[in-house]
Design a protein around this ligand. Structure first.
Ligand SMILES: CC(C)(COP(=O)(O)OP(=O)(O)OC[C@H]1O[C@@H](n2cnc3c(N)ncnc32)[C@H](O)[C@@H]1OP(=O)(O)O)[C@@H](O)C(=O)NCCC(=O)NCCS
Length: 242
């Protein structure tokens, strides 16, 4: 099931996670709700350690980031024209920010799960990276050759109970049905067992390991490259994708 729903008051589209996480939804970013909440999460040592950051995150950086990703989600929302079921393929994903729905109807930002066109951040040569990014960006909506990327983080208080595994599953289901996603690249620093497990549980396989590849503060970190291809079947039959 990859159907979208719409907030009756605001018209905002959202994807609801499957049980037991059906009180969590994935929506477009909201500047007013998400700046301070994302700063708080990103400044948690367990989170920023794995995101490649060494400096404190702040509201200015968060707002700049959210405004940037919102350009893409807003354009995709516009293209939806209120559709609840997939039609002609979307060029980008309209939703990415995860929220917990509370009993009083309010929502709390709990993390980000972005399915976007690849930025080839692992490629050191800036010219080569720019060439790949430009060629990928130029591909039309629905082109099966588009290379996608998935990246995420979750509030520490929500971690360790299967939530991101379920959110990534939902996003891939959506991507397959609404964006004709066939190929997704992802990565994680070696030692980020939680992130690598989220990917493995969703059918990603390791394709390369770039030893001491990324400078983070004083350290060089090893990057594990992962990929997912359409048609992947995983042990849990609930996690099988087209
Ligand atoms: C990575 C992250 C999103 C995982 O989210 P999550 O909801 O806690 O993950 P899940 O609960 O779905 O866990 C998936 C699997 O990983 C395991 N796992 C989760 N955290 C783990 C950890 N710190 N160490 C070892 N295993 C871990 C879980 O036990 C589960 O395996 P299981 O089903 O065999 O029990 C979350 O830990 C996070 O936000 N980390 C900081 C930011 C980050 O690393 N982002 C990704 C950068 S590549």
């Amino acid at each position: 099931m990859a159907n979208l729903e719409y907030n009756a008051k605001t018209g905002e589209p959202f994807l609801r996670l499957a049980p037991p996480f059906s009180n969590f939804i994935i929506t477009p970013p909201r500047i007013e709700d998400d700046v301070d909440a994302s700063v708080e999460i990103m400044n948690d040592p367990f989170v920023y350690k794995w995101m490649g950051r060494t400096t404190p995150y702040n509201a200015e950086l968060a707002e700049r980031w959210i405004r940037t990703v919102k350009v893409e989600t807003d354009a995709a929302v516009e293209k939806l024209k209120g559709a609840t079921e997939p039609g002609s393929a979307l060029s980008a994903c309209p939703v990415r920010h995860m929220r917990e729905e509370l009993a009083d109807g309010k929502t709390v930002f709990v993390g980000d799960v972005g399915l976007v066109r690849s930025g080839w951040t692992e490629i050191v040569d800036a010219e080569e990276r720019a060439r790949l990014v430009a060629a990928n960006a130029a591909r039309l909506a629905g082109d099966p050759e588009i290379v996608w990327h998935i990246g995420y983080y979750l509030a520490p208080g929500q971690q360790g109970r299967g939530l991101m595994t379920a959110a990534v599953k939902r996003m891939i289901e959506f991507g397959v049905a609404w964006m004709n996603v066939k190929y997704i690249k992802s990565s994680a620093f070696e030692g980020n067992h939680g992130s690598l497990k989220v990917q493995q549980k969703n059918g990603f396989v390791e394709v390369d390991k770039l030893v001491d590849h990324v400078q983070v503060g004083e350290e060089r970190r090893t990057l594990v490259l992962m990929e997912w291809r359409a048609g992947t079947r995983v042990d849990d039959t609930d996690l099988a994708y087209g």
